[in-house]
Design a protein. Structure first.
Length: 71
């Protein structure tokens, strides 16, 4: 069963991720990583341990993206 609040919250996110891919504003693998992280956030809002892991994953993604931008 799909949680309608989460589905409603992810529609703008899905649209934004699709736009990034269409405009080639980000590498597909980075958009995929971001989508996985965002899905995890929505599923883990009440789990502090999961949110800590998600925060770490976001930091890794940010580091990777910043290196790609500087190259």
């Amino acid at each position: 069963m799909v949680n309608s609040e989460h589905t409603h919250a992810t529609n703008p996110i899905s649209e934004a991720l699709s736009a990034m891919l269409e405009k080639r504003a980000a590498r597909p693998k980075d958009v995929y990583r971001l989508a996985v992280i965002l899905e995890s956030v929505l599923e883990s809002l009440d789990n502090p341990t999961a949110l800590k892991t998600i925060r770490q994953e976001l930091r890794v993604l940010i580091k990777d993206l910043s290196q790609a931008v500087s190259e």
